[in-house]
Write a protein that binds this ligand. Sequence first.
Ligand code: 6PG
Length: 245
Amino acid sequence: MTETSTACGRLLVDTRDNLFTRAATLVADTVAAAPPGRPPVIAFAGGSTPQDWFRWCATTRALPATVAHGAHFTVSDERHVPTDDPQSNFGHADRLLLDPLAVPAAHRHPWPVNLLPCAAAENYRATMRSVADSVRAYDLCFLGLGDDAHTASLFPGSSLLRDDGEALFAAVEVPGKGWRLTITPTGLRACGLIVVMALGAAKAPALARVLRGHDDLPNTPAQILKTCADRVLWLVDAPAAGLLA
Ligand code: 6PG
């Protein structure tokens, strides 16, 4: 295991199982550190990487039962599809982790994809205001890293990278991908801790661009994390870190 500092946050390089264990520990620690009477809000990342971690948590029972009733759960971005759609980020979290953990329905907060995108974002903002600390977006925000260096649904060229209107959460139409619902740059800066998990050699070029490349936010959206680097932890395996030397 190696841990170094970068302009985008602390970088931890380790084996997949050790990284999965660390991620589970961060969830449990977030619940344990929460003030009485205000369960923290934990947002999982979308995409496929979290699904392996969800299955690992369910199989290894890495998350204690106290977590199930000790936090509110959501996803840091969502495709505008029904939660029973195979593309739904919350749908995967529901089926692979929240159901096995028996998380109460009142602690599950999918984006309201039954509403039109902008109405869904507004409704979600109201929900998060009601469950989160007044100044927080999420207490713990998991993110992934796309091969094009996007994170959440902040894709290259996204208008949200230029101006998100100080909104914590927004709806954005992504060329070729349809409508997405996502935490914004302002929302990321309002999180307690941000954990980016990137695994596998396919992530190496994007990770090198983000952490070692020149500043190019419009084309390297994950560099937005430079603006909140003090609260960012990257969990990366050796293949994904392969071009960082
Ligand atoms: C999404 C995501 C996205 C994802 C990355 C990494 O909805 O697709 O939130 O930002 O985290 O694209 O995805 P993988 O884990 O599948 O590589």
